[in-house]
Write a protein that binds this ligand. Structure first.
Ligand code: HSE
Length: 434
């Protein structure tokens, strides 16, 4: 077999870019990929600051701060985009598509917002755009959805796909740690960014869920189609009550994927301690796929970090090398715009956990249950304590039977208006995953 070359232009040299560059230079299994006989070379690396000290393993003549050194180099036939964010990264990817250069990216924001258009144009131009690292880093999920699971009717995804929030919630699960402290710890360990908004508000998870849903539904789905709540309103005491009731609190990304009744949502929820997802701790990610005929399967592993992320990126690079050597430059995608119908989140039903501070006097519980009853919400259990509460105040924790979200929201706003109720402090969906 004749030897061909893959010449890579690497965009970005952060922690992940540095690991990818190191492996491309030093890992013989990658450089001389024996299956395809394609020689993989790292040709150029684009950096922001050319004067910054770079690792010794990287020859200085490979480094540039001029994007055109990569885009105008006709020998470069694969761009690996690890800049992150949009704007510059999107501009570079667009130019690469126009020039018919294959692309590997880890960019969840771009794949969520613009993936449909980019994949369509890539396919039309006969190039590959692979993005395994954009969801769950090295956990293989995009490849399996396109390939090994493709015979399945996938009806649901339950996923923990943000390590930062899972780390924070795991720390809070002891029932003693505040959200603020847990966040600070995550920042000190380098898991959370100095501006943690995208993680703690569920935006990052919404990007990732929309990417997975768009593959399953073979449709254009962006993060705007995902209902989203973050984790900032949870208190240590909610974890204590949840534990007493047999639950744990997780930020789940949930896709209900029957095309006639699609619901995509990212929000904290109480899940039974018996479910495997309840046991996913720290920065780990896990993605449960429920499909027919496969049944339920869970992918679990490190969902961030240079080692895990580079595994997916290098895998995509080798796939492209194999594809070039097989002369079959076909994108795995065949996007259609078949009709799907979304269920509005407020019309879904669920049991709920709620915690409120109330006046400790006769008739208060009766008033609350009467408002709930008016909106067809049935109470499944009630806990009340005056321990650690101000005088004449009680803390009330209720679990409801399944109720329509819209009814629940209306009932809560009515309850909040009562002068017997000091505050409704927590309202968390209970997700029955089985
Ligand atoms: N910020 C993400 C997380 C990692 O905490 O999981 C990159 O997707």
């Amino acid at each position: 077999m004749e030897t061909e070359n893959i010449n890579i232009g690497l965009l970005g040299l952060g922690t992940v870019g540095t690991e990818v560059a190191y492996q491309l230079i030093h890992n013989n299994n990658i450089i001389n990929n024996q299956k395809s006989k394609v020689q993989i070379n790292l040709s150029k690396v684009l950096v922001n600051d050319i004067n910054k000290k770079r690792p010794d393993f990287l020859p200085t003549d490979k480094i540039t701060d001029n994007p055109n050194d990569i885009l105008n180099d006709n020998n470069i036939n694969l761009i690996v985009e690890l800049i992150g964010g949009d704007q510059i990264a999107l501009d570079m990817i667009n130019q690469a598509v126009d020039k018919k250069v294959n692309i590997v990216t880890a960019n969840k924001l771009i794949m969520s917002k613009y993936g449909h258009e980019l994949l369509t144009r890539a396919k039309n131009n006969g190039i590959l755009l692979l993005y395994e690292a954009s969801v769950g880093a090295g956990i293989p999920i995009i490849g399996p959805l396109y390939h090994s699971l493709t015979a399945n009717h996938i009806n649901r995804i339950n996923a923990i796909i943000n390590g930062t929030t899972n780390y924070i919630l795991s720390n809070m699960s002891t029932g003693t740690q505040t959200f603020e402290n847990a966040l600070k710890q995550a920042q000190n360990l380098g898991y959370a960014e100095s501006d943690p908004t995208s993680d703690i508000e569920g935006i990052d998870a919404a990007y990732k869920l929309s990417i997975l849903a768009s593959i399953v539904l073979n449709n254009r789905i962006t993060e705007e189609d995902v209902y989203r709540e973050g984790i900032t309103k949870l208190s240590a005491v909610d974890f204590k009550y949840a534990k007493d009731l047999g639950y744990t609190i997780k930020l789940l990304a949930i896709g209900e994927l029957d095309p006639e009744n699609v619901s995509l949502r990212v929000h904290p929820c109480l899940i039974s301690n018996d479910h495997l997802l309840a046991k996913v701790e720290g920065v780990y990610n896990a993605i449960e796929i429920q499909g027919n005929p496969i049944g339920n399967i869970i992918f679990h592993g490190e969902g961030a970090g240079p080692k895990s992320t580079s595994s997916a990126i290098l895998g995509d690079i080798i796939s492209i090398a194999n594809n070039i050597s097989n002369k079959g430059a076909n994108s795995p995608v065949n996007i259609t715009d078949t009709t799907i119908r979304y269920i509005d989140y407020i019309h879904t039903s669920s049991s709920y956990y709620m915690r409120m501070s109330v006046q400790d006097k006769p008739g208060v519980l009766a008033e609350i249950s009467s408002i709930l009853g008016k909106y067809n919400i049935s109470i499944a259990s009630v806990l009340q304590t005056t321990h650690n509460q101000p005088d004449n105040i009680a803390e009330l924790v209720m679990i409801t039977h399944p109720a329509v979200v819209n009814n629940l929201n209306t009932a809560i706003s009515q309850i909040e208006k009562s002068n017997q109720i000091k505050s409704v402090d927590s309202l968390v969906r209970i997700e029955d995953l089985n």
